[in-house]
Design a protein around this ligand. Structure first.
Ligand SMILES: [Fe+2]
Length: 419
């Protein structure tokens, strides 16, 4: 076969979107057919510990799953520096291969080192040629012409695998760092709320609801994570507030209200000194009591002046507060809280965010009234409930559907009026 024909056959084999084993097997078959070798094996070079390990073999009666030749420095040196394919014999084997492998080097008659930019990548070892003909200088040259292409293909595969491994390692590292942050912030969130029995668990629940709303809005996993953290920390400024204010029955005096409201500014001051992996935390801490019509505090910002994370935590915070007892009022039922929340949008709370919360409630209510269907996806069956386990999901899907429809009507009417 002409060298150009061999290269034409080898090209698609080496550049196809296949794994290393398939590519190696295809390349070996092309080379063996071209030079009429009856057996052969392709090896990749592993540096630490130095060895050749097989990635394809053909024509042997028995062959290990992975054949290996441990290499001494002199073998690596010879394979790296020999000018091209060499005939090997029982006597010359020791130059390139050790005798401590799990196959015998006497099976081979020719060795072609595979190198890229002078770096050893592997080796092509070939057995007897058909009818016992010799490896002539012309055949050795032909093998030498093909070797760089095979070497490059193996090298590229190894680079890709190494890149994938490094990416996987980095993702694992990120996951472990996130897990660490989650646990540390959850513990911190619990300490923020210790000043009052009625506040206990509030920050953890706000983190839970904020993450659930974010999921419903279809944001990325990283943004969901950020929202959970923002919910955990939104009230961090409460650590500066006099604990007696939390248990005072009735309305707060103006001065007391100012002290309580100042937890946004004090919290912002605290978190601004910390380099969080989530850039929106300081803004959420400062602005989670702002309201869409500018009636909130501390900066009287309107809906279009705060970011989506602020709007999400504002809704999550309000929702959990409605479902919790306070010294001056009893908690609302889930239906009452959902209805009030819905009525507060879009004048006080962001309509899109309240809608996202109602969607999560609808899912909870739906999974409560009907068991998982046989054709449910795995995601359906493993879906985590949005509501905190302590909250009874005593609301019907049609009631939520009605709220959603009313909310959509108000939001649409608002847009028409504004235009
Ligand atoms: Fe707050």
């Amino acid at each position: 076969m002409l060298p150009s024909q061999v290269l034409a056959e080898l090209g698609p084999v080496l550049t196809g979107e296949r794994d290393l084993a398939h590519t190696a097997k295809g390349a070996l078959e092309v080379v063996m057919a071209a030079i009429r070798a009856s057996s052969g094996a392709l090896f990749r070079f592993q540096e630490k510990p130095a060895m050749l390990a097989s990635i394809a073999a053909q024509g042997f009666v028995v062959f290990p799953q992975t054949a290996v030749f441990p290499l001494l420095p002199k073998h690596v040196h010879a394979l790296t520096n020999t000018p091209g394919p060499q005939r090997i014999s029982r006597e010359r084997c020791d130059t390139f291969l050790s005798s401590t492998g799990n196959i015998s080097s006497v099976w081979f008659r020719c060795i072609a080192p595979l190198r890229v930019h002078g770096k050893l990548i592997g080796a092509l070892l070939l057995g007897e040629r058909e009818e016992g003909v010799e490896y002539t200088p012309e055949v050795l040259k032909q093998i030498g012409d093909l070797a760089p292409f095979i070497a490059l293909a193996i090298h590229n595969h190894q680079l890709m695998m190494s890149l994938e491994e490094r990416t996987a390692d980095n993702l694992k590292l990120i996951a472990s760092v996130r897990s660490f942050w989650d646990e540390a912030l959850a513990a911190f969130a619990a300490t923020i709320d210790v000043k009052s029995v009625q506040m206990q668990g509030h920050s953890l629940r706000v983190g839970r609801y904020a993450a659930g709303i974010a999921e419903s809005l279809g944001v990325t996993a990283a943004e969901v994570h950020e929202m959970r953290a923002a919910g955990y920390l939104h009230n961090i400024g409460m650590v500066t507030v006099d604990k007696h204010l939390f248990s005072k029955p009735g309305a707060l005096e103006p001065g007391e209200f100012l002290e309580m409201a100042d937890h946004t500014v004090q919290g912002h001051r605290i978190v601004s000194t910390v380099q969080f992996p989530w850039p929106k935390i300081p803004e959420v801490v400062r602005s989670h009591h702002e309201r869409a019509d500018g009636s909130g505090y501390p900066d009287h910002l309107h809906n279009d002046e705060v970011s989506m994370p602020v709007k999400i935590v504002a809704v999550a915070d309000t929702f959990d507060a409605m479902l919790s007892d306070r010294p001056y009022r009893k908690k609302l039922t889930l239906g009452e809280a959902a209805a009030q929340l819905s009525w507060l949008a879009p004048s006080k709370l962001d309509g899109e965010v309240v809608h996202a919360l109602l969607v999560q409630l609808r899912r909870d209510a739906g999974s409560r009234v009907s068991p998982p269907r046989p054709w449910s996806t795995t995601q359906d069956k493993t879906r985590k409930m949005f509501l905190d386990p302590a909250v009874a999901c005593n609301i019907s899907p049609p009631d939520i559907d009605h709220m959603v429809s009313e909310l959509n009507r108000r939001i649409t009417r608002g847009r028409v009026t504004l235009s």
